[in-house]
Write a protein that binds this ligand. Sequence first.
Ligand code: SF4
Ligand code: SF4
Length: 222
Amino acid sequence: MIATKKREFKDLMENIKDYKSFFLVGCSECASLCGTGGEPELAELKETLEKEGKTVTGTFRAKTGCQVLGTKVELKPFKEHLDKTDVVIVMSCGAGTQAAVEIFPDKPVYQSNDTLFLANMTRYQIFDERCSLCGECILDETGGICPVTACPKGLLNGPCGGTNDGNCEVSPDIKCCWVRIYERLNKINRLDDMKKTREAKDWSKSQKPRALIARTKEEKKK
Ligand code: SF4
Ligand code: SF4
C-alpha cells in the first residue's frame, strides 16, 4: 500500500484560501488505513473548512482513488454537488490526486496529504518501507530482505565497513540489513548466496515515468 501523511492544515489553507467551495475526495484503500482519507478524516476536514467560513458541497470516499475510470463512474451521482464546487480536495496519495486531475480537467485539484512510500503494514496503522520499486527484484538472492530499501546506502554486496555490533552506521537504531540477510540465509541453509557477487543493477528499469499494460485487449478477449 501507499503510505501517506496529513499535511499541516495551514499549508493546505495557504493553497486554497482564495476559493470558496470545496468537494472532498477520500479513498477506501491505503488512505483510510493511514488515517489520512477515510470517513473520519473527511468529516474532520469538512468541519475545519466550515469553521474557516468555507462551503463544503460534498464528501465522497472512492473505492480505489487511483483507479481513474472506476472513480469517475462512482462520482456520477455527485454531479450536482460538483457543479457548485470551485475546488476538489483529494485526501489520498499523489496517484489519487492525479486521477482526480484527469477526472476534473477544468477544476483546480489540491491535495491534503504528502505521499511517502510503498508500505508494508506490520501492525494496524504501523508502516514500514520494504520495497523501492526498482523493477529488477533481487529478493531471491537475499533471503527475501531487500537491501536496495533496507540499507541506507542501497548496497547490493554488503555489509559495508561501518557495521557496528550488527547495527547500521547510517541509522544506528536499525539493524544492518546485511546482518539480517546473513542471519536469514543461515536459517534457511542458503549461506552460499552470501558469497555471490551481485552485478550493478540495471537502473534503467526504474527510469520514470514507467507504464505497464498488464493484459492486452486481445488477451482480455480470451
Ligand atoms: S529488489 Fe527492487 S523490486 Fe525487489 S524488493 Fe527491493 S526494491 Fe523492491
Ligand atoms: S551498516 Fe549495513 S545497512 Fe548500514 S549502510 Fe552499511 S551495509 Fe547498509
